[in-house]
Design a protein around this ligand. Sequence first.
Ligand code: ZN
Ligand code: ZN
Length: 384
Amino acid sequence: MGVAFERDGARRARQVAAVALDRARQRATNTRPRMRALQAAPGGRLRWQEVPTPPPPGPDGAVVRPLASATCDLDCAIALGASQFPLPLHLGHECVAEVLAVGERVSSVASGDRVVVPFQINCGRCPACLAGRTGNCTGVPPVSMYGMGLVGGLWGGAFAEQLAVPYADAMLVALPDGVDPVLAASVADNICDAYRHVAPHVPRLLSENPDGAVLILAATRRRFFFSPSLPLYTGLIARAYGAHDVHVADARPGVREHAGRLGLDALHPRELRKLDRAPLVIDVSGGDLHLALARTAPDGVCTSSGSLHRSARIPALRMYGRNVTLHFGRTHARALIPAVLELLAAGRLDPRPVITNVAPLEDAPRALGEHFRGGGVKTVLTAP
Ligand SMILES: [Zn+2]
Ligand SMILES: [Zn+2]
């Protein structure tokens, strides 16, 4: 929450107030058609809420209709109230959508196109966007994202009948012909997140040692609030890049079984001492950075998806002695989406075996409830 307000805090507050005012006006005057948006409320409740459809797009914007919306691994923690994201909020931030309308200045997409909608909002014009650091766009308040309520700004959620896209040319990426929207829904976030841990590192690793190991550290305890699609996608992409010694450490037996079915070496984090330290360690443990760094080989790289904790312990002296490089932070999704879609279109990455449930969007409260409580890996909701 602190990061969300550390720059442009007044602008974020104005945006939140404007959305609230707009909703109140809509309720009073009933001028815009209504649609359903899935709300996650305290107590793990998931329910449809009737809200106004987005207004007609501004000159640079678009309105889209999600065709396939996927759970992000973080959604489980949000929906079950195990994160700092204040509830209630409109859930969902990974989707492939059909464009319904575009503003007059939009040139790259048109009504009827199928597009990937990145989970982060970005303008395409600021220095950060132009440098490919789209997750830190300075044209919008920090950490502007769909489906995260107050923290991300009230842009709406992807488990809904429509979604407003403020910068269509900057954000939307056409879905290549022949790529199934269900398989590409998670490209909006989790698959890009997996990709950024692999693509910059594995080619260099394998050029130095063709047998170089990749260690993916996921849950270190069985009770864990993040779904496990990210470690599995990361393993599949590492294999697609030619790594054959890929280990997934997870305390959840079901995740180890799933990783094994994907051809990855699965082990319990307790067993990590049996492995040599790895030259590339990918930390998706959500908070056990210390262990990930301890298992990184001399001159190795540890790349972490971060954590929701305020602080983390690091083995500073060992890192210094071993000369370990740590990258800790968020993905710049929009900049990576074209390369990830190329992997899918070329058949180098098949996300299908990661998906555990596909259900109609109208069944969202039930399907997502089962996903969050039953340890689902990836649920995709489809609109007709
Ligand atoms: Zn996410
Ligand atoms: Zn920008």
